[in-house]
Design a protein around this ligand. Structure first.
Ligand code: DGL
Length: 262
């Protein structure tokens, strides 16, 4: 199916973590254009009180949908979607939202040891949504929830070129590794879209090898199912929007590197 002026696909996160989803979305939908929105004025979402964060995101989408008129929205943020996914769908029934939730179901299907860890923000770890996922899909596993206060910020610094000490990173992930009755954790779910940027560090520092589960490809595939394929590349360009209105130099440079005009 072809349209004359195809609408962009909106990809949303609190910061730059959603870029890990954007890169997969581009692979799946090479003919489409993307509007990347970072609510950097609210970053990090991990520590927000739930009611206030909900109100903030719904109000923000009221503006974003009016301004950008997207084809669909990909909420590339576990902390946001596990809280506000249902509210967004209720508030904007004409829009389709593809969400990001901790990949607990695939982890439970894949684990051999039965020991799975979920590395997330403190917000995602607190969510009823996350507990429900465990109850529905992983009741036969031992699931350890690890809420990191600092990793999202550290990932932002790392992707902008700052060096992180091994000790600091290890301190954030160490809780993921559990040994019990001769069995060891074999899967760690990356339940924050910022974390895949650090996967190489995690692999190097892990006390033993595990699967680091990144849901980005599955999210992109789900989005592709909802977005009709175009015969030709849509005219236009990919843009990045920051709610602060004022991303710093290293952020602008990063966005340019991703082919996004700020
Ligand atoms: N990237 C976000 C997520 O997937 C959260 C980062 C934050 O704002 O704390 O959960």
């Amino acid at each position: 199916m072809t349209t004359n002026s195809p609408k962009p696909i909106l990809v949303f996160d609190s910061g730059i973590g959603g870029l890990t989803v954007l890169r997969e979305a581009r692979v799946m939908m090479p003919e489409r254009h993307f509007t990347y929105v970072a609510d950097d004025a609210g970053f990090p979402y991990g520590g927000w009180e739930e009611g206030a964060l909900k109100a903030r995101i719904v109000a923000l989408f009221d503006k974003l949908l009016a301004l950008h008129d997207p084809e669909i929205c990909i909420i590339a943020c576990n902390t946001a979607f596990t809280l506000v996914g249902a509210d967004l769908r209720a508030a904007f029934p004409q829009m389709r939202f593809v969400g990001t939730v901790p990949a607990i179901k695939p982890a439970a299907e894949r684990t051999r040891s039965g020991l799975v860890s979920v590395l997330a923000t403190p917000g995602t770890v607190r969510r009823a949504y996350t507990r429900d996922l465990i109850q529905s899909f992983a009741s036969q596993c031992h699931v350890r929830l690890v809420g990191s206060e600092n990793l999202a910020r550290m990932a932002e610094a790392y992707i902008r070129g700052e060096t992180l000490s091994d000790e600091a990173v290890l301190a954030e992930i160490a809780q993921c590794f559990l040994e019990q009755d001769g069995r060891k954790t074999d899967i760690v779910v990356l339940a924050c879209t910022h974390y895949p940027f650090m996967a190489n560090l995690f692999r190097r520092l892990a006390p033993w090898p595990v699967d680091w589960l990144d849901p980005a490809e599955a999210i992109a595939r789900q989005a592709r199912r909802l977005v009709p394929a175009l015969e030709a590349i849509a005219p236009g360009e990919d843009v990045a929007v920051f709610t602060s209105g004022n991303p710093d130099f290293s952020t602008r440079r990063l966005m340019q590197g991703f082919g996004l005009r700020v």
